[in-house]
Design a binder for this molecule. Structure first.
Ligand code: ADP
Ligand code: MG
Ligand code: MG
Length: 252
């Protein structure tokens, strides 16, 4: 069973402390949503968990099934089953989407156990169909010239193909129209299982009416300051964040 534990995580960017002691535990089968105002460190949390070199961990621990994540290189984290869909996916010219995906899958497998081309293509075509993606996207350069919505769908395609144990989605809903949002949410929902945990970062409640979270956390000033169930997201949508600040005596 999956168990992902963040304990007292602190991180700095360019010498400035952004994460000030984040605690969170995600088990297989659970969907956790992290919400919060802009600039509170949500993307920093996602990037730090994935080992982005810009973010320096200055305290705390992160473990996946008891393994020390902070000791792992970025590719080791991916091999351990961590997956991040980013707020702004990068474009890679000269590498096709399908080449990128196949090397990402094979990077997580033992030598000699690479996925066969036929099997890979069959899987990819199936998933692309589910995501209502035009088949030509397999052969386009990674994210190059993709619209915002196409990039997001492509991130979900990667998630589905890589079969991760811990999925982190950072504002995967931003810039999506309602049809694309529904498709992305269906993709995520189809991946929900006991074998996998989800950390869904979102600024808006909208996504959470399609992907029902088990837990909702509010992040402010680099910490998770409040946790609850789906009703917390609804209250935040209705009333904003001021009441949380008042309740907890947080001053900007
Ligand atoms: P959120 O995702 O909650 O909107 P971020 O994690 O993106 O917030 O940012 C939190 C704070 O960290 C902001 O003040 C932001 O300017 C700063 N920050 C994040 N990443 C960087 C970076 N690469 N370089 C400089 N400052 C950064
Ligand atoms: Mg932001
Ligand atoms: Mg962000």
């Amino acid at each position: 069973a999956v168990k992902f534990t963040i304990d007292g995580l602190k991180a700095t960017v360019e010498g400035k402390e952004i994460l000030k002691g984040v605690n969170l535990e995600i088990k297989g089968g659970e969907v956790h949503a992290v919400m919060g105002p802009n600039g509170t460190g949500k993307s920093t949390l996602a990037s730090t968990l994935m080992g982005h070199p810009k973010y320096e961990v200055t305290g705390g621990s992160v473990t996946l099934d008891g393994q020390d994540v902070l000791e792992m290189e970025v590719d080791e984290r991916a091999r351990a089953g961590m997956f991040l869909a980013m707020q702004y996916p990068s474009e890679i010219s000269g590498v096709t989407n399908s080449d990128f995906l196949r090397s990402a899958i094979n990077a997580r497998r033992e030598e000699g156990d690479e996925i066969s081309l036929i099997k890979f293509i069959r899987q990819m075509e199936g998933k692309m169909k589910e995501l209502e993606m035009n088949p030509e996207f397999a052969h386009r350069y990674l994210n190059e010239g993709f619209s915002g919505g196409e990039k997001k769908r492509n991130e979900i395609l990667q998630m589905m193909m890589l079969d991760p144990r811990l999925v982190i989605l950072d504002e995967v809903d931003s810039g999506l129209d309602i049809d694309a949002l529904r498709i992305v949410a269906n993709g995520v929902n189809s991946m929900r299982s006991e074998e996998r945990g989800f950390l869904i970062i979102t600024h808006y409640q909208r996504l959470l009416s399609y992907i029902k979270p088990d837990y909702v956390h509010v992040m402010m000033q680099g910490r998770i300051v409040k946790s609850g169930g789906p009703e917390l997201a609804e209250r935040l949508e209705k009333d904003g964040y001021d009441w949380v600040k008042e309740e907890l005596g947080i001053v900007d």
